[in-house]
Design a protein around this ligand. Structure first.
Ligand SMILES: *Cc1c(COP(=O)(O)O)cnc(C)c1O
Length: 368
């Protein structure tokens, strides 16, 4: 049985007509950039996260940049970032000219370890970026305490965690400003690139709106530097349709994760994702950890079970950050995870039969 990592066909086929109609409307109205479909989507997305403002932008990476740019992060500033994340989290800081300062992750949540933050705060530190990695919210209460104590901005990179909950509240409004990605493979994906910034702060919202559109509110009047980070009309239209199904898709992801955990809990050689109490994990990825990762991956590949590594090289060991002077051994939890992580197929329409097939193959591997 060939099992994809994500099955887009199963996701989109049932809503194809609805999406086609929405796209056709954009073409008929020539509303290719921003427009009503985008602002309608922004309103609905903000509502879904109990947050006041949502600003649709061109990608999650751009959203990361805008979040820090709107806060005034600049050259000479330091921004604290988990070493275990996708590279784009760090681009937010580097695009502002600031320096990313990395921190190890927690061995259970795989998110930034709040216990290791205070020791790296310097007079130059301006912000902490909490990534809700793999779909599980970071420890926001602990992080907020630290941020408040040291007068730092707290920001969420929510690219992997649409509508996840932390202690009964939706992520995206738990910090000063949050960024989302609608890369096609994310829990809510566009038909191309897309992203969003959310915030409860009116002033930040206005700044982000200006920065995404050449530093202007009124066309051809530029009040500040800016960029073209606008969302496309077609993406807004597609996202508006797909958002209606996100809750259902998220429940399906959670059910698939539950099934994996049930079937794999007795396999001693692998560590399963732990869902911490009071949080609702939205399983963007289902990441297991095993010392025998490379051989298990080879075995899954031979059996046509798609899989992934998130992430094989931690940020502090990336060539692009060589000049920052980090070395192997600096962040042991993250480095071990990089060697041992393996992401199993995860998407809303994963069937019990497919999950059983994957789990039986994993068990077969360990019996040999
Ligand atoms: C995907 C992702 C991004 C970047 O989003 P793009 O839309 O691909 O630019 C940023 N941060 C994290 C944690 C991501 O997973």
């Amino acid at each position: 049985m060939n099992i994809p990592f994500i099955d887009f066909k199963k996701l989109h086929d049932p809503i194809k007509e609805e999406i086609n109609t929405a796209i056709q409307k954009i073409i008929d109205n020539n509303s290719f950039i921003l427009g009503k479909a985008v602002s309608d989507f922004e309103n609905e997305f903000a509502k879904a996260h109990d947050v006041k403002h949502c600003i649709g932008v061109s990608s999650g990476t751009d959203a990361n940049h805008l979040a820090l740019w709107a806060l005034g992060i600049k050259a000479g500033d330091e921004v604290i970032i988990p070493a275990n994340t996708f590279i784009a989290t760090a681009w937010g800081a580097t695009l502002c000219g600031a320096t990313p300062v990395f921190v190890d992750c927690d061995s259970e949540s795989y998110n930034i370890d709040p216990k290791k933050i205070e020791e790296i705060i310097t007079p130059k530190t301006k912000a902490i970026v909490a990534v809700h990695l793999y779909g599980q919210p970071a420890e926001m209460e602990e992080l907020k305490k630290i941020a408040d104590k040291h007068n730092l901005f707290l920001i969420e990179d929510a690219a992997q965690s649409h509508i996840a909950e932390y202690k009964g509240r939706k992520i995206g409004g738990l910090s000063r400003v949050a960024s989302f990605s609608f890369y096609p493979g994310k829990n809510l994906g566009a038909f191309g690139e897309g992203g969003a910034v959310t915030t409860n702060d009116d002033e930040i919202a206005l700044k982000v709106k200006m920065l995404r559109d050449h530093g202007s509110v009124k066309k051809y009047y530029h009040e500040s530097y800016g960029h073209n980070y606008r969302m496309e009309g077609i993406q807004g239209a597609v996202l508006g349709v797909k958002l209606k199904y996100l809750k259902d898709w998220t429940q399906k992801r959670r059910a698939a994760a539950k099934k994996y955990i049930e079937l794999l809990k007795d396999v001693k050689q692998i560590k399963l994702p732990s869902e911490l109490s009071d949080l609702s994990h939205v399983y963007h990825l289902f990441v297991i950890q095993t010392p025998d990762r490379d051989n298990l991956q080879k075995f899954l590949n031979e059996n046509e079970i798609s899989n992934g590594l998130h992430y094989p090289i931690p940020l502090h060991l990336q060539k692009c950050f060589e000049h920052l002077g980090y070395k192997k051994g600096d962040f042991p939890v993250t480095e071990k995870l990089a060697d041992e992580c393996l992401s199993l197929p995860m998407f809303p329409h994963l069937t019990d039969e497919q999950i059983e097939f994957v789990c039986n193959k994993i068990k077969e591997f360990y019996k040999e």
